[in-house]
Design a protein. Structure first.
Lengths: 320, 299, 356, 299, 356
């Protein structure tokens, strides 16, 4: 039987992908989708170098797409098969195509920081004496540098190339006041809802998910958020490239991306999807808030170029 | 009748011995061990109970999560894969570690330090780093295959040694060898070699002296090491993920994904419970088997 | 025929410490040789070298004329009773005793039979299913004994195999050992610290001191003609009187260091002035009367009651002289009593004063 | 003069003993240990060399990566943090594990099995799962603080027990206790308690019999366990990452980030090298200290 | 005054196996009591219970009138020489011996002095810096001995403390032990399998068999008036002739099971027909001539040469009779020779035929 191997991030996201995309794909094409969790650039790199590539389609950070191009890790997409006219130019290239949009946003607990105390901007987050309550931030440079710059008054559209010195200077102001520098994303919704912290950066879907299932009083500030996009690529030397193209094309369909967004609150990349959803649903998606101009878009190319340096600088800054 | 008395004597006196040791040290030791025991109670039992209770408590008592696991054949398959992988890795590790630990006993002090260093150094090396090294060595165009095809021409087509079960086993065994050797050596080098010598002088060839005397005397070390290795090998997730093929998914990987992507406490706890029960059963079977072979050997 | 066992200038050092020095010994086939010597004199070390568990620092050991210095222990067909027993702690008594038979591929039923009979001989048949840790010291020793003898080895080495046994059991075991040894013709090297045992069991006794052989001879010879004062004192007990030989008008006499002069009779060539030691065995001394011309007057200092025998310590001038008399049930002499000691001239031996 | 002889005898005979054991078993054991030794050479040395060579080979010999580490004071700080954390965790683990292992020796078989189970069960539990459990217990509004403030009212303000060094140490100790106890127990229960009894009868109180006899006799176990624990604790990255604060960064975390984020083999290998050298130095110091106390104690 | 040590109906079982049964014994202050008994008779077990390392299964033990059945070992102030030495393997010889002093907070210099002197007494001063594993068996035993005596405990328990030593060293150590014991007045309980040692050192000897006391008495009494045939054979050696008493016209005589009739003289009240055992010590038998009216004719079967003594096995009809004669240097009797055995009537004892 024909197969195609899809490497994703596992967990609930992949469960949703299975429901929305893979089952339908199997039904429609008869090609079986084997989904494996734990997609990571190092393993892809090792596989490509070894010539024994296990995966046909990989779900990966936008930043890695650029890095992979430099290291010649990807197959060229067969644009004829992939098509997907609704996907904007800036979110596709010869080797990969954007698939899902996440909102990197500020989230807070309304019970603890509601009403007048509710933060509206990163400046509010930085203003510890004004908007009191323990804060959490991700322990790493990605997104945090951007937030720091916005807190310091930089507009979302003017972020790139990042003024790194200014960002760290801004971070210095809050360094000792953040009570938890967290490392694991799933930690945070729990920390927020249990009141360990009042506010933190987070991704929208996780917050919306826990609000829906646990009915906790958490709120998202879309303003000054960042949109990031996960891409789909085909590792070079994949065993089923043709099927891979078919799957990518399938996963880029506006109707399915809309369905996926409804299930997960992870935004569609295909612009045609938005209109397929209700206004209420649209309000939950980063794609919409990005379009409204509330949010900025993460510059994956910049990060691909500077990630290593930023990590090192972050490490040094931490220990200072 | 005589036999019965003697037999009872044996059984009873085994019991007696532990009671004896007990009593003669008890008053002395009590104050020494109290902090440890209190710590145990607080630090081990409480988190454990909290954690495991999550598997059947979610706003009320529920078997939902277990039902989820049992209902999905894929989870059961994962249980089976995990168990098989752990047992194979443990067996491979013990088979390799045991001779090395024996060799350590016989080697001179300089040689011993050298080997110890060789064994332990990789152990300090980060597991990720090691996995990538293994990939470089084992992959289709890796060192081993290149050597076998190009240099010796022993084989035509490269052997698949990674991204499959053998790959995982190589990685796991490599990881597990140092602790196994360390434990085996620590315990084995207490064995009184004069007793092995006695066996030799009574006509046992080296291999029979080994089999009938040294091996049984080293059972405590084997048991401790097997136990530790088995436990460790049930918990791997990095190695199967990196060196394994598509099907080499373990419970630990599952838990890992569950917790890094979405904190589903309850489901994660339920999987933990399954892993735990599985391990308990495994250890039970192991001891059962062990006591049987032992019982069978005694005249 | 080659000797069953031959030590050829064997020595063994632990660092600077020499435990065995220039040890040379021939043991003929079927002979029973005992190593006797004070604690730490190198007996166990010699056995261990013969059994193959220690490499000599120098010299050669051969068995049946074949150099075995480098041979593996299990190829020597030697039965060994260790001083510390070295029982297998994880095997029952029966399994311990059956072990050498099992190693020789004896049939199971035969093993069971021979083990049972061996255990009966050491009176441990009821303990067959116990583990060594559940036995008393003497019982453990008997298991070691049974284990070494059950396979009737060509050579049997025993390091104080009866040391933990009471007299009766010990005598019984001595008889048993001798019987098997004779019947099967096992060449035996035996270590004991019990000189009576050595005397009664051995064809030859090797007396060791500080890692060296002092004298190797049959028991009676060792007793009657000790080479020096050390041997005399070590084998049996002896009154040793250091002194020198004096010649006075043709008649030789012995002058002790304490000044006592004892006339010498019937003694062959003894150089005048030679430093010697005179030896008289306590049991060769009788209580005479003042009328005996050769009687030495002495005062009883202490009386030691020993069951079969009574041991008197007496003092003749400066010289202490011990006397052993059979406890004939009569009233013993009392401390302070003056006695007259007499002995046969032939029992007054002159030997070397110093050991090797 | 006499003393000198005796002393030399001691030294020489120690040497002698190992040589002895050597010789009497060597012919027997050689064939048994060969596979292990060959395996060691191939499986340990080769990957290690490949890996470590990456640290100074990148399309030509280079010290670039080491220079990078040394140039940045922050990496040196990480070295120090890692070392301190490992030593503290090892000390805490050993201090808790030792009494527990003693207690296991004295306990009856049923009690022993029960405690063993208690100890080992958390060990089977995934490390992520455990970290989350610890967070739930230790955090500001966690179980312990709630208990202390609301239930007993012992303290006013919650104690900071997590997202800092204590939190990391609690997590690491919890993780390290089971293997430490297992090794200590396996080795200690070979100690001949009659010898401890002899000390008692010679007038030693329980604590002094422990200190002067049991403790020295259990040194091999302590040494093996400390070694293993230290090695394990140098390699942690999940626990410091989840339970530590901003500054609780370890070399392993660094390597982990390096490998997952930027796939920089060379730099990762160089950091591995540093970790390795550090551990070697640490172990060297430990043995130095050990041999000194030992030497000092002997009259 | 309370007895220094008192066992009160103490017993000890290992499962179904009773190792010590109804053991009752009083040891007065300063007394030297020896436990003598065959291997496995419960001697070590009794000592271990007194030292506090085994809990009795029943009964009570008191020291100085104080019940110590539940007292911790280190509170009993008992010096103990273990049968297996139990030296500290990680300490040098000097540290081993100094240990009890250190535990008693003796000053360092004083410890060094006393250790040196104790090691000199056991001739191990040059080995002070060795470890136990580097010593011979006998040397290890002497370290154990020095360690138990160096702190002059109130009670000293010794389990075969001289078992691995040769005769000379052994005698020297016996003297040393006795001296310290007397000087310091240490109450001593001593286990040995050497009956001569027991006889010469003890105030009282306790003979044990199968976990029970057969007879407890001073040495001479034990030898001269054994309670039964077991004791007689265990202490010294004895010809035991089972049989019964017959009265014929007022004159009583003893009829052995093998049919030999031996006239009884000067014997008090013996019931006629009582099953008894007659005891004659081999050393109380002399070779007479056929003319002696009471002489029993016998044939020499074997001759065992034993240094000081010669042991003859003779046969009178069906009855085997052993004779021990002093080796006076004359020619011994030969196997096959017919001899006439005579003894004093007082040396012909009638005792119980069966043990407890
Ligand atoms: N742990 C045990 N389990 C069962 N029986 C035991 C145990 N220890 C001792 N015994 C038995 O108890 C009896 C008495 O033993 P004990 O050691 O007291 O003898 P002993 O008189 O000291 O003998 P020996 O002179 O041989 O040392 C022996 O028959 C022995 O087998
Ligand atoms: N490993 C060793 N290191 C140093 N010296 C040793 C060692 N083993 C034995 N010796 C010494 O060698 C000498 C001879 O020891 P050996 O055991 O042969 O004596 P032995 O004659 O058997 O004495 P015993 O009758 O006491 O058993 C002793 O002085 C002993 O201290
Ligand atoms: Mg010896
Ligand atoms: Mg005993």
């Amino acid at each position: 039987q024909e197969t195609v191997v899809f490497a994703g991030f596992g967990g609930s996201i992949m469960a949703a992908q299975r429901k929305v995309y893979f089952d339908a794909f199997e039904k429609e094409t008869g090609i079986k989708v084997i989904d494996v969790p734990d997609s990571g650039l190092p393993k892809i790199k090792a596989m490509v170098n070894s010539g024994n590539v296990q995966w046909d389609v990989a779900n990966t950070l936008g930043m890695y797409v650029h890095q992979g191009i430099k290291e010649n890790l990807w197959e060229k997409l067969d644009q004829k098969v992939v098509g997907a006219a609704g996907i904007p130019k800036e979110l596709r290239n010869d080797y990969g195509i954007g698939n899902a949009a996440y909102g990197q946003i500020l989230a807070y607990n309304t019970k603890l920081s509601g009403g007048v105390n509710a933060p509206k901007t990163w400046a509010d987050f930085w203003n510890v004496s004004g908007k009191a309550g323990p804060r959490g931030l991700f322990d790493g440079p990605r997104y945090i540098l951007e937030f720091a710059l916005m807190a310091d008054g930089v507009a979302p559209k003017d972020l790139y190339p990042l003024d790194v010195d200014r960002a760290f200077a801004s971070l210095d102001k809050i360094k000792s006041k953040v009570s938890i520098w967290w490392k694991q994303w799933p930690q945070v919704p729990i920390l927020l809802s249990s009141g360990e912290i009042n506010m933190s950066n987070m991704s929208n879907a996780r917050i919306q998910d826990i609000v829906a299932t646990e009915k906790v009083p958490l709120e998202i500030v879309w303003n000054q958020g960042l949109m990031t996009v996960d891409w789909l690529v085909v590792p070079r030397g994949a065993k089923n490239p043709a099927n891979a193209m078919k799957l990518i094309a399938f996963m880029s369909r506006p109707d399915l991306q809309a369905k996926f967004a409804q299930a997960t609150n992870i935004g569609p990349v295909n612009a045609d999807s938005i209109s397929l959803m209700s206004a209420e649903e649209q309000q939950k998606l980063p794609s919409v808030h990005y379009k409204n101009g509330e949010m900025g878009l993460v510059d994956d190319a910049w990060w691909a170029e500077n990630s290593d340096k930023m990590i090192q600088r972050w490490d040094s800054w931490k220990l200072k | 009748m005589k036999m019965t008395v003697a037999e009872n004597g044996v059984l009873a006196s085994n019991k007696f011995k532990s009671k004896r040791a007990h009593r003669s040290l008890r008053p002395s030791a009590m104050w020494l061990v109290m902090p440890g025991v209190v710590f145990l109670a607080v630090a081990f039992v409480v988190p454990l109970l909290i954690l495991l209770s999550q598997s059947f408590y979610d706003e009320g008592f529920t078997f939902r999560y277990f039902a989820m696991i049992l209902a999905s054949p894929s989870y059961l398959a994962v249980v089976w894969i995990t168990l098989r992988m752990a047992v194979l890795a443990t067996a491979a590790t013990m088979l390799l570690a045991y001779p090395v630990s024996c060799y350590l006993m016989l080697a001179g002090p300089a040689m011993r330090s050298f080997i110890m260093a060789l064994i332990i150094i990789p152990f300090w090396t980060n597991i990720l780093v090691r996995c990538y090294a293994w990939m470089a060595i084992l992959q289709r165009r890796g060192l081993v295959n290149t050597f076998l095809t190009d240099q010796i021409g022993l084989i035509d087509r490269p052997i698949e040694m990674v991204y499959n079960l053998p790959g995982v086993l190589i990685g796991m065994t490599h990881y597990l060898l140092p602790p196994a050797i360390l434990i085996l050596y620590s315990i084995n080098h207490n064995i009184d070699l004069r007793i092995v010598g006695a066996a030799r002088s009574l006509g046992a060839s080296p291999s029979r002296a080994f089999r009938h005397v040294f091996l049984p005397l080293s059972m405590p070390g084997i048991r401790a090491a097997t136990m530790l290795v088995l436990i460790l090998s049930l918990g791997f997730f990095v190695i199967p993920a990196l060196l394994g093929g598509l099907k080499d998914m373990t419970l630990a990987t599952l838990i890992n994904v569950q917790f890094t992507e979405s904190v589903d406490w309850h489901f994660g706890a339920a999987i933990s419970m399954v892993l735990l029960v599985m391990t308990l059963v495994g250890i039970g079977v192991y001891y059962q088997a062990l006591s049987k072979t032992k019982g069978g050997k005694q005249p | 025929m080659n000797p069953a066992v031959e030590f050829n200038n064997v020595s063994k050092s632990f660092g600077n410490f020499v435990a065995v020095r220039d040890f040379s010994l021939k043991v003929e086939n079927g002979q029973f040789v005992t190593l006797l010597g004070s604690s730490g004199s190198g007996k166990s070390t010699s056995l261990m070298m013969l059994a193959g568990f220690m490499a000599p620092s120098g010299g050669h050991i051969s068995i049946d004329g074949r150099d075995v210095t480098e041979l593996a222990p299990h190829k020597r067909n030697i039965g060994l009773v260790y001083q510390n027993y070295a029982l297998f702690p994880h095997m029952t008594v029966a399994a311990n005793v059956g072990f050498p038979l099992k190693m020789r591929h004896v049939a199971k039923a035969e093993i069971a039979r021979r083990v049972r009979s061996a255990l009966e001989k050491v009176h441990l048949d009821v303990f067959a299913d116990r583990f060594p840790a559940q036995l008393s010291g003497g019982q453990q020793q008997r298991v070691a004994l049974a284990r070494a003898m059950v396979f009737e080895p060509a050579i049997l080495l025993m390091d104080e195999p009866l040391g933990a046994l009471d007299k009766n059991l010990r005598e019984e075991m001595q008889v048993e050992i001798k019987r098997i040894q004779r019947d099967v013709g096992i060449t035996t090297i035996y270590v004991t610290h019990d000189q009576e045992e050595a005397m009664s069991m051995s064809d030859n006794v090797v007396v060791m001191s500080k890692g060296q052989i002092e004298q190797a001879a049959p028991p009676a010879q060792l007793y009657e003609r000790p080479r020096n004062a050390f041997i005399a004192q070590f084998i049996g007990s002896a009154n040793v009187i250091p002194g020198f030989v004096k010649s006075n008008e043709g008649a030789k006499s012995f002058v002790s260091e304490t000044g006592t002069t004892i006339p010498l009779q019937m003694h062959g060539a003894v150089e005048e002035g030679a430093r010697k030691a005179a030896i008289v065995r306590p049991e060769r001394i009788r209580f005479g009367t003042g009328n005996d011309s050769l009687a030495v007057p002495a005062v009883v200092e202490s009386v030691l009651y020993g069951g079969t025998m009574i041991r008197y310590a007496t003092r003749a001038g400066e010289q202490r002289i011990d006397v052993v008399a059979v406890n004939d049930g009569g009233a013993p002499r009392q401390p302070g009593e003056t006695v007259h000691l007499i002995w046969e001239p032939k029992d007054f031996l002159l030997v070397d004063a110093t050991a090797n």
